[in-house]
Design a protein around this ligand. Structure first.
Ligand code: BGC
Length: 416
């Protein structure tokens, strides 16, 4: 991996989501987490006791405060310091979210202060030499939108497109890249089928409705954004898995692989293929299917118990390229690893996967690590650590670059 260099214009970035780092938000998710924190703490052992490092996380996982996003990592106030850290890691791009509930806390009423905040935020990022990749929706919505039924109702899409119009009107001059939606498949599965996330439904019918509405939301957003600035490059951040047959050549395993790839990876992207200038995807998982059931190897596992196969990025890149023939951005990729024992290996394998794919002509334009900072990991709360940079919330939110972060910075410097 030390032999090949990356093109000068390759984007090395880190990815974040407003709700997971900013702090002080008020949206459907903050309301939900407060209502469930005590219950999550109580049921922690039952849910997480099987994790390899359960003893190590037990105290935190059984504390209700773990499940409250609260002050976040105060990125809302410390963004310029964070951009400085990103720059010191030799990054040249940054994926971030705009928190809808800040911009439009009440239906139809724009908060001018919040609008100005994000204007300063984007300008500060650019001043540090970081190319902004603005992400419009990363699962959180204002409480008033949620009360109307959120994305389950087709007639609610107009509120989202109004937000898109506002973002276009306010920020478009400073932008080249916009991501409309983050991982529609994950959001709909966890929120509407498994019931682990708000609104905690168990209904395939709801999943289908939300999924279809998100397709429309993206298509309309694409049109609005393009009309405002035709040169904008627009896409989504899809969650794609490297899905493989557990027993190669077994008819049922191969069939389940085909079905799962289609449903999980391609269904959404196929529907928006004409409304995307690039394919953006998040890669975390290689999943093996045995007769329609996921059955992964038992090692190595991340802190979240996720099976780790970072090199699975390579076959996935080939497949995405073969299907869409459009520039590709890895919009998220990373690992929950508090001890920082796997992250450098993960980065190395991911970089090799990028190099292999690019050497075969796959047009990869950028890689965004998840994440710059330790952050609030949705229903798991604070204990999983995804940051290139550690954040000590108990001691003034102190930021410390992890050894893997230093390794990454050094690699970028030598090879870009
Ligand atoms: C999401 C992030 C999340 C990460 C790690 C992705 O699916 O977009 O918000 O923190 O995975 O779980």
């Amino acid at each position: 991996m030390d032999k090949a260099d990356f093109p000068k214009e390759f984007y090395w970035g880190a990815s974040t989501a407003s709700y997971q780092v900013e702090g002080g938000a008020h949206n459907q998710w903050t309301v939900w987490e407060l209502a469930h924190a005590a219950e999550f703490a109580k049921t922690a052992e039952k849910r997480l006791g099987w994790l390899p490092n359960w003893e190590h996380i037990k105290k935190r996982a059984e504390d209700p405060n773990n499940y409250v996003s609260g002050k976040g990592v105060d990125h809302f106030n410390r963004y310029d310091e964070d951009f400085g850290i990103a720059k010191s890691l030799n990054l040249n791009a940054f994926r971030f979210g705009i928190e809808w509930s800040r911009l439009e806390p009440e239906e139809g009423q724009w908060n001018q202060e919040a609008i100005e905040h994000y204007r300063r935020y984007i300008k500060a990022m650019k001043k540090r030499g970081l190319e902004p990749f603005l992400n419009i929706w990363h699962w959180t919505v204002p409480t008033w939108f949620d009360a109307k039924g959120g994305f389950k109702k087709h007639q609610n899409i107009k509120y989202f497109t109004r937000l898109v119009g506002k973002i276009a009107e306010e920020y478009v001059d400073d932008l080249t890249y916009v991501i409309t939606l983050n991982e529609p498949n994950v959001f709909t599965s966890f929120g509407y089928v498994t019931g682990e996330w708000p609104p905690q439904e168990h209904s395939y019918w709801s999943l289908i409705r939300v999924y279809i509405n998100l397709v429309s939301a993206h298509r309309q957003a694409y049109k609005i954004l393009k009309a405002t600035k035709p040169s904008l490059q627009i896409g989504v951040a899809a969650q794609l898995a490297n899905i493989q047959a557990k027993r190669p050549h077994d008819v049922l395993d191969e069939l389940s692989t085909k079905v799962m790839r289609y449903l999980w990876n391609w269904w959404f992207l196929r529907r928006i293929r004409k409304q995307q200038d690039f394919v953006g995807f998040n890669y975390y998982f290689t999943d093996y299917y045995k007769t329609f059931k996921r059955e992964n190897p038992h090692v190595p596992l991340s802190d979240l118990g996720w099976y780790m196969e970072p090199e699975g990025l390579y076959p996935l890149l080939l497949r995405v390229w073969a299907r869409y023939k459009k520039p590709i951005f890895i919009t998220e990729n990373g690992v929950a690893d508090e001890q920082d024992q796997y992250r450098q290996w993960w980065l190395q394998e991911s970089i090799i996967a990028l190099q292999r794919a690019m050497s075969e002509g796959v047009d990869v334009r950028g890689y965004f690590h998840w994440s710059l900072l330790d952050n609030f990991e949705w229903a798991y709360g604070w204990w999983p650590k995804f940051g290139l940079v550690e954040v000590d919330r108990a001691h003034g939110m102190k930021r410390t670059v992890r050894p893997s972060g230093k390794w990454f910075a050094d690699y970028i410097k030598k090879h870009s």
